[in-house]
Design a protein. Structure first.
Length: 278
């Protein structure tokens, strides 16, 4: 038989053990975050752009393809969040053909755990958003990160469309992202300044600098990326009704004319007749 004091000690020790286990499990699941990073494959910013077939197709000759710079920021922040928590998973998704797989492998080398390629041409933002949402709808991602826009079409609409498909909150452009439990604390650029806001997961965020520093894959990361899963899935039926007739380059830069500050009439005349902006 145990005395009342001994029974009390056993109870206290067992209770503390349960509480400690609860804290450990709670801490573990708080850190276990699922992040989806959406990446685009775009021409390097130093590439010389030209078009073929009467301006209806991009001429791929001599083009170097890279992860979209804004998507690169999103991926870098996802890796930082995972490293800081010590747990979680990062999946990258891309809509494109097999020729884009080297770009996807680079994302795996930077730190993503797995990749998904939707086997279809990324015809426009509506189509891309539909593919991302179709894949993500039953995966329970906490965060869906992407660049604020791609640098090929610069539409800046995919994050909002994905959020609408998934019934999530969309915020863009996010310049700072911290995680506090089940809540994200963000700085967002607004006209004339910056605002700080918080929101609960799940979220779709469009990212831009200085949310993170771009990461260069290490040799170990490059080697490891070869064995990480890259799953290819078919596209779902989706159409925005948009079609592109042709592409053209912007007009070349002209010479700069300097006008003395005392020649207001001449300046107005040039703006009307040459620049044609007024």
């Amino acid at each position: 038989m145990y005395s009342k004091a001994e029974k009390a000690c056993f109870f206290i020790n067992n209770w503390l053990g349960v509480r400690s286990k609860f804290r450990i499990l709670h801490h573990y699941y708080q850190r276990l975050m699922k992040i989806l990073v959406c990446i685009s494959s775009v021409p390097d910013t130093t590439s010389k752009i030209s078009f073929s077939d009467n301006g209806t197709k991009l001429d791929n000759n001599g083009i170097t393809w890279i992860i979209g710079p804004y998507d690169d920021y999103a991926l870098a922040r996802a890796v930082e969040l995972k490293e800081a928590s010590g747990n979680g998973s990062i999946t990258v998704i891309h809509v494109g053909g097999a020729e884009s797989e080297p770009v996807i492998r680079k994302a795996l080398a930077i730190g993503a755990d797995e990749a998904v390629r939707v086997d279809a041409h990324a015809s426009d933002g509506f189509f891309v958003a539909a593919q991302i949402a179709a894949y993500a709808k039953d995966k329970n991602f906490d965060l869906v990160l992407m660049g604020r826009e791609s640098i090929d079409y610069n539409s800046g609409i995919v994050h909002g469309l994905v959020a609408e498909h998934l019934g999530m909150t969309a915020i863009s452009p996010v310049m700072k992202l911290e995680v506090n439990g089940s809540e994200a604390i963000m700085d967002r650029e607004i006209e004339g300044g910056m605002e700080t806001l918080s929101a609960s997961f799940p979220l779709v965020l469009g990212c831009q600098e200085p949310i993170a520093e771009w990461k260069i894959p290490s040799m170990r990361g490059i080697m490891g990326a070869r064995t990480k899963p890259l799953n290819v899935i078919p596209a779902v039926a989706a159409s925005s009704g948009l079609s592109f007739k042709n592409y053209e380059l912007p007009p070349p830069r002209t010479t700069c004319k300097m006008v003395a500050d005392s020649q207001v009439a001449e300046l107005v005349s040039l703006l009307k007749t040459e620049a044609k902006v007024i």
